[in-house]
Structures are given as structure tokens and as C-alpha cells.
Design a protein around this ligand. Structure first.
Ligand code: IFG
Length: 524
């Protein structure tokens, strides 16, 4: 079998070599379509080719994670190339057509997620200071290969990468998306597919909106009715669902293997009808509410002056924090229209201390900045810049999720069937044409931890629906979080994005074919 590949590859390489010199796709590394755009690219005008003899070498003495990352790369390359790359950890030297992964010296300036890709005609060498950087670099290798690399069946080669050097690292440390699994429930397989999409575009956070008026989606062993009752429906009256703690832990593991952190959100004191209908004692007046399957907001509130409420929250935070390696716990705090402001502030202050008591830092929607923010708090700016500025004035950092640019449940335009439009219509260029560091004058770059694009699920029932709203806007958010703003322009980006149309097709993503982008014809 291997011999056949050798012959096939030899013929392919021979054919290739008679290609006109300098064919942009094959030998000009600066002609790449990588998203996010890498920080620096230098071309040396040659071509590196994967063949049936290629393998992935791990530098001797590397941490175990490096071999794991090598296996991830092999798992991406082998199904579509059929080249049977193996991960070699016995210390032998890479040869022609091999890939070498190595953890380099600290202090290279690449930071936790940066990487350097040195591609010669002989060997492709990927180095990073940390394993996370190698994993980000793997995504660049994927994107330097033809879109067919993403297929799960054998595709015609050749599998060539132009030679040169790429040095790259992110602008912001928090680059993510949020998935609302409460309004409509999305199971573990959907969430893992979402994580795969985030990984390809070097994103590193997935915020899961686990509770709301319409559904409680995470098992809490000390309050079993939250899912037994509160997880049983969703917007429109469907059957809902929930993650067992085992399923949640599996999602956390899957994300961690891709250097993606899960941030769990329990939204409170409003957006709590699922809990209020599960336990009478959580309600002001002590009577349980009816399950809610509509799409109004702001009508619910926990009893902010009842000790039972804080015992409940302590149990919930304790159980989820124990399953969550990430530093942040999201307490929601949005749209508390049925909670008096003094009660709201009292509540947010107490809940912050509960979160800190379980070893986590607090994040929440921008309204929480009306309380006294504890150290390490991050305010997620979504609607009121004034709230986010209050957070900055208290010394908090800001996560930029401006609803007019980053809410991926917004329709693309008035003809989009899925989604809402209360904030704005957000075409693909609108989603790209903003700079977090200058959007709000009083919020400067050093106050900002990064960007996140929420997907609210009132109007989406399947993950196919979700992907239609997420793509093709997600790559743009990834680039805003990764690439310096002075290296970004819509006219240049839209050309690279067009090349990702084929890649999304290969990944089975039914994306919105925005008329603003010159997508390659389907199937070609
Ligand atoms: N605002 C609500 C969400 C969701 C959204 C839909 C926030 C923080 C409108 N809160 O966005 O629950 O209903 O676009």
C-alpha cells in the first residue's frame, strides 16, 4: 500500500514540478488565505510537499502534550490525504517531507499561544513556547493546505505548502463565542462540533449559557428538580434537555484538549423562571411559577432577600465550579427588570462572594458594574457602554460583545429568516468592521481582555440553524481577536474569506453566502 502511495506521490510531484514557476498557490507563502491573518509572513519561494513517506516528529524530551498535538494533526491530515502520517517520538531525525513539532525557548516573544512555522523544501518545523501555541500553529498548517484537507474521505493531492517563515501570536487573550443552550437545547455532539469550529479559527473560549427562563441545562445533584423539571422544555414547547455532570465534564475535557476554556453561566437574578418553576421556595411568595416557553425577558427574579436563595446559589456554584477548570464563572446579571436596583446590587455583591469562595473569578453582563465589583471581575459589554465604563472605573476588565456588531443571533439583513433584529442587521462586513479598542472612547485596549460573539437561541432549533448564523461571521470575530487592527481591512479580508467557502463546504457547514463575498461556485 505504502509503495503505491510512493509511486503516486512521485508522479504527482513530477507533475507539479512542471507547473509554471511561482504559481501563487504553490510557492508564494504570502499569498495565503489564513484566518486569522498571521502577524508576519516571509516567503522563500519554494514548495514543501507531504508524501507517503512523511511523518510527524516530536523533539526528544518534549512534554507529552506535544505528541498529543501531533496525533491531532495526523488525525486531521490522514483521512483526506491517505498518507498515513505517524507520530514519531523515538528521537529519530525528520527527513524530507517530514513535520517537526518542538517546544522552543521561553522569551521568544511568542507568548502562551504564539508559534513559529519554518517551512523549507525539506522539513516543516513548528515551534512554540507552550503546547497551546503548537495547537494554534496546527490550524495554520491546516489552512496552508488545500481545502480538501478538511474532508473525511481521500482527496486528490498534491499536498504542497509554500516555503517561508510565519511568526504569529494573538492580540487578545480571550477570543470566543457564547452558545445559548437554554432557549433551545443543543446536546454534547453539537457543542463539540462548535468547539471544533472555534479550534480551526484559533479561538480559545466557549461560554455556555446554561440556564434561563425557558430551561435549566446542567444537572445539579443537590437540586435535582432543576433538570428533572426545569430541563424538560424550551422555547416553543419542545422537549428541551440538559447536560448530566458527566456530559458537561466530557465537554470540558474535549474543549481543554483543544486549548479552549469553558466559561459556565448561571444567569441571575433574572432569566431564572426555569429554576423558579422547579422550586417554590426560590420564589418571592413561595409559590412555584409555570414553565415558560415564550421569548420575553426580564419578568423573572429570584428572591434576593431570602437565605434559601443564597444556599441554592452556593450549591449550584459549588457543583459547577468543581467541574470547571477555567478561572471564570459567569453570573449573568442582565435585564433584571423585576428586581429593585438596591436588591439587585445587594444580590450581585453576595453572589460575587459566593463565586470567589469557590475559587473562581466573576464575569457577568455589563449591568453587574452597578454593584461593587470584586477583584478579577470581568464585565461583558453587550448593550450599555455606560455600564462597561463603570466597570473600568472600578478597575475591572471588559470583554467586548457589543450587540450591534457581535450578536450572531442578529439577522444578516431583512431577508434572513432565522435570528432577531432588535439590535441591528449584521452583514458579514458589519461583523468585521469594528475595532474593540476604539469602539467606546472611555474603554481602551489595556482595559479589554478580548472579544466574544454570543449566539442566542430563541429562533434556532438545530445546529444547522446555528451554523447558518455563526458562519461566515465567526472567522471575522476570530481575526478581530487575534490580528492587530492596523493589519485588518475588509477589502483584503473578504478575499481570504472567499477562499474559506470551500473549506466550510468540506466541513459540511451550511453557511450564509453573503453577496458581499465572491465565493467560489459550490462544488468547484
Ligand atoms: N438580550 C438577552 C438575551 C437574549 C438576547 C437576544 C443579553 C445579555 C437579548 N440578554 O443579551 O438573553 O434574549 O438577542
Amino acid at each position: 500500500m505504502k509503495k503505491l502511495y510512493l509511486i503516486m506521490t512521485a508522479i504527482t510531484v513530477a507533475l507539479m514540478s512542471c507547473q509554471p514557476a511561482g504559481t501563487k498557490g504553490q510557492t508564494d507563502l504570502t499569498g495565503n488565505n489564513i484566518i486569522p491573518r498571521p502577524r508576519s509572513v516571509v516567503s522563500t519561494g519554494g514548495s514543501f510537499v507531504l508524501t507517503g513517506r512523511s511523518d510527524i516528529f516530536v523533539m526528544p524530551g518534549s512534554p507529552e502534550e506535544v505528541a498529543v498535538t501531533g496525533s491531532f494533526l495526523a488525525g486531521k491530515l490522514n483521512p483526506s490525504t491517505g498518507l498515513g502520517l505517524e507520530v514519531i517520538t523515538d528521537g529519530s531525525k525528520p527527513g524530507k517531507g517530514d513535520i517537526l513539532l518542538a517546544i522552543g525557548e521561553a522569551g521568544s516573544g511568542l507568548g502562551d499561544e504564539g508559534y513559529e512555522l519554518v517551512i523549507t523544501e525539506k522539513v516543516l518545523t513548528l515551534t512554540a513556547e507552550k503546547p497551546a501555541g503548537l495547537f494554534r500553529g496546527i490550524q495554520t498548517i491546516r489552512q496552508l493546505l488545500p481545502p480538501g484537507i478538511e474532508a473525511d474521505t481521500i482527496q486528490p493531492g498534491p499536498w504542497a505548502i509554500p516555503t517561508g517563515t510565519i511568526r504569529d501570536w494573538p492580540e487578545y487573550g480571550h477570543r470566543g463565542e457564547m452558545l445559548d443552550v437554554s432557549r433551545h437545547f443543543f446536546g454534547p455532539e453539537d457543542v463539540k462540533r462548535f468547539i471544533d469550529h472555534l479550534a480551526l479559527y484559533k479561538m480559545n473560549v466557549l461560554h455556555l449559557h446554561l440556564s434561563d427562563d425557558q430551561g435549566w441545562r446542567i444537572e445539579i445533584k443537590s437540586w435535582p428538580n432543576l433538570t428533572a423539571h426545569g430541563g424538560k422544555t424550551e422555547v416553543g414547547g419542545g422537549e428541551g434537555g440538559y447536560f448530566t455532570q458527566e456530559e458537561y465534564s466530557d465537554i470540558v475535557r474535549y474543549a481543554g484538549e483543544r486549548y479552549i476554556t469553558i466559561i459556565p453561566e448561571i444567569d441571575m437574578p433574572s432569566h431564572t423562571n426555569a429554576a423558579l418553576s422547579s422550586y417554590a421556595e426560590l420564589n418571592i411568595g413561595g409559590k412555584a411559577t409555570e414553565p415558560y416557553t415564550g421569548t420575553d425577558v426580564g419578568f423573572s427574579t429570584l428572591d434576593t432577600r431570602s437565605e434559601t436563595t443564597y444556599k441554592f446559589i452556593d450549591d449550584v456554584v459549588r457543583e459547577i465550579a468543581a467541574l470547571t477548570p477555567g478561572q471564570y464563572f459567569h453570573i449573568g446579571g442582565d435585564e433584571s427588570h423585576s428586581t429593585k436596583i438596591d436588591d439587585y446590587i445587594y444580590f450581585v455583591n453576595r453572589v460575587q462572594d459566593i463565586v470567589l469562595s469557590h475559587g473562581k473569578s466573576v464575569t457577568g453582563w455589563d449591568e453587574i458594574a452597578n454593584a461593587t465589583l470584586r477583584p478579577g471581575a470581568v464585565v461583558q459589554y453587550w448593550a450599555k457602554a455606560g455600564n462597561a465604563v463603570k466597570g473600568v472605573n472600578q478597575g475591572a476588565k471588559v470583554l467586548m460583545s457589543p450587540c450591534k456588531y457581535a450578536y450572531t443571533d442578529m439577522k444578516y439583513d431583512s431577508t434572513t429568516v432565522l435570528g432577531l433584529s432588535w439590535a441591528a442587521y449584521i452583514e458579514v462586513d458589519d461583523a468585521y468592521n469594528w475595532d474593540p479598542a476604539t469602539l467606546v472612547p472611555e474603554i481602551s485596549k489595556e482595559n479589554i481582555v478580548g472579544v466574544q460573539a454570543p449566539l442566542w437561541a430563541e429562533t434556532i432549533e438545530t445546529f444547522k440553524d446555528a451554523e447558518y448564523l455563526i458562519f461566515p461571521r465567526l472567522p471575522g470575530y476570530a481575526e478581530i481577536g487575534w490580528t492587530p487592527s492596523d493589519m485588518r481591512s475588509w477589502d483584503e479580508y473578504r478575499v481570504r474569506l472567499a477562499a474559506h467557502g470551500k473549506r466550510m463546504e468540506m466541513l459540511g457547514i451550511g453557511f450564509y453566502r453573503s453577496p458581499l463575498v465572491e465565493w467560489a461556485q459550490p462544488g468547484r
